[in-house]
Structures are given as structure tokens and as C-alpha cells.
Write a protein that binds this ligand. Sequence first.
Ligand code: ZN
Length: 200
Amino acid sequence: MLYETGDTIKAVYFPVNAVISLVVSLATGEMTEAAMVGKDGAVGMASALDGKVALSRAIVQLGGDAMVCDPTAFRGAALQSEKLISKIMRHEQTLFAQAQQSTACMAHHEVDARLCRWLLRARDLAGSDHLPFTQEFLAEMLGVRRTSVTAVARTLQEAGMIKYTRGKIEILDVEGLHECSCECHETTNEQYRQLLGPSS
Ligand SMILES: [Zn+2]
């Protein structure tokens, strides 16, 4: 865990190939992912500018490299550059766009389409077809029962789209996942392109 909700931000993270989930946790212990951040974003950037308080929990979903910046130094650099401030604001808009898309997705899209969306986003950010996720973790991120994830993973495996072995997913058919994913994957990518330019 990089931050808990309400924590003071002590570092701004710029993932290189690590993937971070911003999650909302409830008093009853459940948590749900609001946004996924990787090489196309940063964690803690806007909070470092002002309040320095984390608004959500940030957990490392996939370990890897990230560049780290001291929040005070980051704020100093931002205050001297209108261009950097503009980039930070646009980045925050992408996070908001992702969170609002996730809200609509959870309310209206089926779990199989949502899992495909989630795997595609994780694959894009990790730059790998091998994703070490347990079904428990996927169920937590998607806010569904583990049995639902098990059933969907089996269907995707039978369709030749993924290979699932204990705690590991290998993506075999990216096109197939795109076809089964809801529109939210492409919508989020388009919003990133509009706000931040080409993501890769
Ligand atoms: Zn969706």
C-alpha cells in the first residue's frame, strides 16, 4: 500500500511498468477500484500541490519500477511552470473520467465484459500478457463475488482468450478480449488521448 485514505502524501509516484490501483474502502472492509494508474499517469500529484492528503487508498497492483519525487520539490517545480500545472490538471481530469466511467460500468455492464475491460487496461499498463492476479484480488477490484470471477475466467479460458492457472493469467487473444469488453476500455483510452496525447 502506498497511501491509505487521509494519509499525508510523502511521495509522488510515476510508474514505469508498475501498476497502481486507486481504491475506495468501506467501513465493512470491502473495497472497489475507482481507477488504475500506470505509465500513462502518476499517483499523488495533485494532492502534493496543496492539501497533501490522499483521497483514496493507493495499492500496488503489479510490482515494478516507478520514479519517485518529493512532494515539496514537485510543488516547487509546478509553481514555476504553467505547462506543468496544465498537465497536472489534465491528468486529474483523466482520473476523474476513469472513476466516473467505472461508476457507470459497475451499474450497467455485466461482469464478463467488465473483467475483459479490466484485463485489457492492466495489460496495457504492465506491457505484458502475463498478469499475476488471484481470483480473490480480481473479485475485490471488480466489487463482485469470487464465484462470479471464477465462472467468467472459466468461460474466457474455454473460449481460448486467457489461460488461467492458480494466481496467474496469461492473455492469449487480445482481439477476443476487445470484442468481449464493454465500451468502457475504449472510452477511457479515448479520454486519455484527448487529455494527455498518445499514451504510448
Ligand atoms: Zn463498462
